[in-house]
Write a protein that binds this ligand. Structure first.
Ligand code: PLZ
Length: 457
């Protein structure tokens, strides 16, 4: 973009948001508690909250609440604010854009930033082939569109998804999602032609991690051939590291095996990189860790520093197969969100946030492994880059999931001013998703809080 941009504000969250954990009230404090009462009266309980501290400002690795408490952020709003909250380049671009125009609808009269974001996606996603991208507003919408495009291109109905998978809350993406509570319970009937296959989940594979990839692949392929017919399958949809399902890194070889099978049978491989994408795992996209080149990639979350934007990127011949006007939506590629994405992508590249994610892994992994050595409830430490987790079990040699200890550790972290999130099909995984711009002192302080939460168990 050639326009002159206004000066970037001085730092994350505006001027001088100190990067220290500091509690001045109980968590939640009195003002948050008041707001929570209003929330309860105005918002249905179906829309839940992990930690009801109401946020006033945020930046770097800090969330500042309405009571003046500074919490360490190990969640990034579920892997969204990878560049930090109110990252300077995002603020500068969005501020400039909001004063020029806020919306025209990209389907009515276009603007340059939409094209620039698509060009960036085409350049950054895996593979050197010719690509196209389209923009929407949420991750679920991106997955829905990827399936629509795959069906249109192949003329086939079936879609294959995996155990522990998460793809969203709309009818189709909820159907693709593996977990009943809270996502699917009483919301059926679900969309037809979605089939679920076993996930190559090394920690819980019945015959052990070494045989996991090969056996999971063989079971999946046999089920496709026997039950569905490969020529009826439009797409296989998979997260290259499963997010909500428990930060499950597939056994090495599983993803390449699926990619080869898809290529041999004209099945569109859709990598859902919504949680893993944009430097989170130490590469721009998690597919790169195993060198797979998906046919379509869905992106959201980290793409735009907190503004709602999502995309589908893929092979030109697949993307171009949809009839004119078949894809779109009122807000898809909103100009504010596109400017935010350009600011976020510029930040990721200029500040080497892939390198920062690898650095965060180097700092955190040894500490998490030491934690696992001290506490028998930690069954496994896993993840890549700044997408790390510990899975909690009953004890050494007993892999029974331990959601109670998981909730207790999270509660203690929250009370001490460290925001952590849980995940996992069995609600027994603590996940760590710090902003990639968090400084080392905060990271280490957060790890100390985590240590103490485990010691108190
Ligand atoms: N695909 C891999 O992680 C969103 C969900 C939080 P949307 N994950 C956070 C919740 O409980 O709703 C996600 C994801 C993967 C798709 C999605 C869906 O993205 O932007 O939430 O629609």
């Amino acid at each position: 973009m050639t326009r002159d941009l206004p000066e970037a504000p001085p730092g994350p969250g505006g001027p001088a948001l100190p990067q220290h954990r500091r509690l001045v009230t109980a968590i939640p404090g009195p003002r948050s508690t008041e707001l929570l009462a209003r929330r309860t009266a105005a918002v249905p309980p179906g829309v839940s909250t992990v930690l009801p501290v109401f946020i006033e400002r945020a930046g770097g690795g800090i969330l500042l609440d309405v009571d003046g408490n500074s919490l360490i952020d190990f969640g990034s709003g579920i892997a969204v604010t990878s560049v930090g909250n109110s990252a300077p380049r995002v603020v500068a671009r969005v501020t400039d854009q909001v004063a020029r125009f806020t919306h025209t609808c990209a389907m009515v009269t276009p603007y340059e930033s939409y094209i620039a974001v698509c060009e960036a996606l085409n350049r950054l996603t895996p593979g050197e082939h010719e690509k196209r991208s389209m923009l929407v507003s949420s991750g679920a919408e991106a997955v829905e569109n990827a399936v629509k495009i795959a069906r249109s291109y192949t003329g086939r109905p079936a879609v294959v998804a995996f155990e522990h998978g998460y793809h969203g809350r709309t009818l189709l993406t909820m159907t693709l999602t593996a977990k009943n509570l809270p996502y699917k319970h009483r919301f059926g009937p679900y969309a037809p032609e979605v089939y679920r296959m076993p996930m190559a989940y090394p920690f819980r594979w019945p015959t052990g991690p070494d045989r996991c990839a090969e056996e999971a692949l063989a079971t999946t392929i046999e089920a496709i051939e026997v039950q569905l017919g490969a020529d009826q399958v439009a797409a296989i949809v998979i997260e290259p590291i499963q997010g909500e399902g428990g930060f499950i890194v597939p056994a090495p070889g599983f993803l390449p095996g699926l990619a080869d099978y898809c290529a041999a049978h004209g099945i569109v491989l859709i990598a859902d990189e919504i949680q893993t994408g944009f430097a989170r795992t130490g590469q721009m996209f998690a597919s790169e860790h195993e060198g797979i080149v998906p046919d379509l990639v869905t992106t959201a979350k980290g793409i735009a520093g907190g503004l709602p934007l999502a995309g589908v990127t893929g092979r030109a011949e697949i993307m171009d197969s949809v009839h004119v006007g078949g894809l779109g939506g009122t807000y898809g590629g909103n100009p504010l969100a596109c400017e935010a994405a350009l600011g976020a992508i510029e930040t990721i590249e200029a500040d080497d946030l892939c390198g920062r994610a690898r650095h965060i892994e180097e700092v955190m992994l040894p500490r998490l492994r030491a934690l696992a050595a001290r506490h028998g409830v930690v069954g496994e430490v896993r993840g890549r880059g700044a997408m790390l987790a510990v899975e909690l079990v009953a004890g050494p040699g007993d892999k029974t999931p331990n959601p109670t200890a998981t909730a207790e550790v999270a509660r203690r972290c929250h009370a001490a001013g460290l925001l952590v999130l849980t995940c996992g099909t069995y609600r027994n995984v603590l996940r760590f998703l710090p902003p990639l711009v968090i400084d080392d002192a905060l990271l280490l302080d957060g790890l100390d809080v985590l240590d103490r939460a485990f010691e108190a168990l």
